[in-house]
Design a protein around this ligand. Sequence first.
Ligand SMILES: Nc1ncnc2c1ncn2[C@@H]1O[C@H](COP(=O)(O)OP(=O)(O)O)[C@@H](O)[C@H]1O
Ligand SMILES: [Mg+2]
Length: 364
Amino acid sequence: MDNRLRAALSSVTEQQSGRGLIDAGRIETANISGETATILLAPPVAGKSDLATLQPQIEAAANAIDGIERTRVIMTEHSETPKAPKSPKAGHKHARPKTAPIQKPAKQVLVVASGKGGVGKSTVAANIAAALARDGKAVGLLDADIYGPSAPRLFGLNDVPGLRKTDDGVQPLEAHGVKIISIGFMLKPGAAVVWRGPMVSGAIKQFLADTDWGELDVLVIDMPPGTGDAQLAIAQDVPVDGAVIVSTPQDLALDDARKAIALFDQTHVPVLGIVENMSAFLCPHCGETSHIFGHGGARAEAAAIGVEFLGEIPLHLDLRKRSDEGLPAALEDGPIGDAFLRTAKAALTAAETLTKPAPEIIFD
Ligand SMILES: Nc1ncnc2c1ncn2[C@@H]1O[C@H](COP(=O)(O)OP(=O)(O)O)[C@@H](O)[C@H]1O
Ligand SMILES: [Mg+2]
């Protein structure tokens, strides 16, 4: 930790213990990148969140350091009740502290998930968001992949100043018509974060609740890979319409997709369907299609488990290139843009069908 930041943070005291924040073990990480200081604050050991009290004090102390223009303070999670001792039989009801329900941030909230990383989940999430924005919808993207945030890169927002907070909340950044919030905006590019499960879910919930999304038609959430704590917490605590599962056609990726589907089933989040990514190779030179990873695996899998097949996204060099350039390929007409828009619309239609109230049946 930067020494000047260490001194500044020691001068802020935690009300509860009367100790400086560093002695009280409240600083998870603190770093300076350019003119921005970022402080990740651990929750108080017990009692309510003291973020409202600490944030202005930390900002004042850090902003007083020469060369620091802005300070971001993030509290990773606060629990209203002390944590119950860990035991496998702790019982579902008491296993997690109750938090206030999060208001639905958009008319439709989709999570994009996969069992494992590298299948193109972030690519699909970003391009679905871009395709819908291009189609005239008010769209938000929450990059909840705390371990490997990719929205800043995918939307060309790697070197932007920090997030602004107004009375209405944290202001998302906007690119290509999509409002974006990512943990990546709060971390130094290239810095890896290792957070414990509950802290991850706390941070994600806080992002969702504190952001001033405005009036959104659709919010797309790019989930962390896997089927761990974070996924469970989001699935249970965030008002989600349904999950879009991304898989490649290979058996291995499909196995992982099955696991992700089982998790959502457990937590009663409807699975809207499967997207097959890297479905066929579209050669940029000859225009020919080849099925490098096989073909139709996801479609067959969707049929076998009775979920919808939402679409196929071709494997295409442009998609990779444009992702690295921060210009989602779905912003343009053509086979890639069309594939994403079709898939996005299929997911929204599936969500609408699922959330329509069932007709009332009256028995007399
Ligand atoms: N359909 C595709 N065609 C070409 N490259 C792709 C495609 N989908 C994903 N990629 C590339 O594969 C890599 C992993 O994709 P990413 O979306 O980051 O995966 P995940 O979020 O599942 O870890 C990235 O470099 C991305 O550009
Ligand atoms: Mg990703």
